[in-house]
Ligand binder design. Structure first.
Ligand SMILES: Nc1nc2c(ncn2[C@@H]2O[C@H](COP(=O)(O)OP(=O)(O)OP(=O)(O)O)[C@@H](O)[C@H]2O)c(=O)[nH]1
Ligand SMILES: [K+]
Ligand SMILES: [Mg+2]
Length: 399
């Protein structure tokens, strides 16, 4: 029996089983076995490189956004509008058959947008180009789930389920559970608060299902069985998702209003070019991108070419900023001067741990360099090498 059939069988058994205190442990174990099978399903077949055919596109720019949706919801039309790269759009389904990259220029940053073939129910198990599409969405920093505003809500539910079943978690943060496998010592189970969704016995059963007999477990929040399984599997990908309802030109105003009020949702019309600016602003927000302008000592800041950092990936501290400029810079930094919303006064002297915000201006003061006096002049010049040479000429050091 194939893996997919085994998953079906267990799902059927779960559906048959009544949910109560007595069946709780059994259901927990069934959930764990499904999770294990799904992970097996994702492993590339033996002998293959694991790469999807023609879907690998080199990462480019400061972040990657994937367009995911059912066929003919307007993904390609949107890519063409936002990036200027033409992607064939037509009234028939599955017009797009591969991954087509475009670049959005926004706030001095470059964002890679990927158009993808439409996916349908069963995508996770390999229907259509489902698996390749999902692999690409896993590699992105933001998913734009494009939906047809004139259709019902079940598309959103189906796609969320498909993405969840391959380990993507949309708009969630990793569960606060510490889990570490050990070689010996059995299982130690602790929690920092009362747990209402799982108990020690249930967790043991799940670990047993994974054949884990030695481990340290610490629940730092009132997490669920599914959260615990996610932590054990360890391969989950937590990605932000914006639900983009397109084609509002063919929907009544009341329906549009209701969709627009939903969490993480935005309504647009490609045909009428409605709300596209707002979409870009929401994408920027969701990606947590932060522009930092560098200011060389004694000069105006360079506003043309910001260092772009990300709150989610890599972080936005002064140290991240320095690493971005040059790997070896951090060890030479004495402190930095910061002008912007993250600083209490202008400029503020900050250390490596300071968290920068969008549009901050930063001047790096290296060790042995003297600070600028704040009016664009220097208290003393730090062009140390020239000066020392001068002095040495006047009074050569005796050795
Ligand atoms: N009414 C309306 N139609 C739209 C809008 N945006 C796109 N369409 C139409 O929807 C159809 C499908 O558009 P595509 O861009 O090909 O959709 P897709 O999601 O890329 O489709 P596949 O590549 O087949 O998955 C085309 O006929 C578009 O003209 C919109 O805002 N309003
Ligand atoms: K289409
Ligand atoms: Mg398309």
């Amino acid at each position: 029996m194939g893996i997919t059939e085994r998953i079906r069988e267990i799902e059927a058994e779960m559906a048959r089983t009544q949910k109560n205190k007595a069946t709780e442990y059994h259901l927990g174990r069934l959930k764990a076995s499904i999770a294990r099978l799904r992970t097996q399903l994702l492993e590339p077949p033996k002998g293959s490189s694991g790469a999807g055919d023609g879907f690998e596109v080199t990462k480019y720019g400061h972040g990657r956004v994937a367009l995911i949706g059912f066929p003919s919801v307007g993904k390609s039309t949107l890519l063409t509008l936002l990036t200027g790269t033409r992607s064939e759009a037509a009234a028939y389904e599955f017009t797009t058959l591969t991954c087509i990259p475009g670049i959005i220029h926004y706030n001095d940053a470059k964002i890679q947008l990927l158009d993808l073939p439409g996916i349908i129910e069963g995508a996770a198990e390999g229907k259509g180009r489902g698996r390749q599409v999902i692999a690409v969405s896993k590699s992105s920093d933001l998913v734009l789930m494009v939906l047809d505003a004139s259709k019902g809500d079940n598309h959103r539910q189906i796609l969320t389920r498909e993405l969840e079943s391959v380990g993507l978690r949309l708009n969630k943060r990793p569960p606060q559970i510490y889990f570490k496998r050990k070689k010996t010592g059995g299982i130690s189970f602790n929690s920092t608060m009362p747990l209402t969704q799982v108990d020690e016995k249930l967790c043991y059963q799940i670990l047993h299902e994974y054949k884990i007999h030695n481990a340290e477990v610490l629940f730092r929040e009132d997490a669920s069985v599914d959260d615990f399984i996610d932590v054990i599997e360890g391969n989950r990908k937590y990605i932000k998702c914006l639900y983009v309802y397109n084609k509002i030109d063919v929907v009544g105003i009341d329906d549009v209003d209701a969709l627009a009020r939903r969490e993480n949702s935005i309504v647009i019309s490609c045909n009428m070019k409605l709300n596209l600016d707002r979409l870009l602003a929401r994408m920027w927000e969701a990606m947590g991108l932060v522009r930092v302008f560098t200011k060389p000592q004694g000069q105006q800041p360079d506003f043309s070419d910001p260092v772009v950092l990300s709150t989610d990936r890599g972080g936005c501290t002064v140290e991240d900023f320095c690493n971005h400029i040059h790997r070896s810079l951090v060890k030479d930094v004495k402190y930095v001067l910061v002008w912007g919303t993250s600083s209490k006064h202008y400029p503020q002297r900050c250390g490596l741990a300071h968290v920068l915000e969008d549009e901050d201006v930063v001047q790096v003061v290296k060790k042995k360099e003297k600070e600028e006096d704040g009016r664009g002049r220097f208290k003393s010049h730090s062009n140390a090498p020239a000066r020392i040479c001068d002095r040495e000429k006047k009074a050569p050091l005796k050795t």
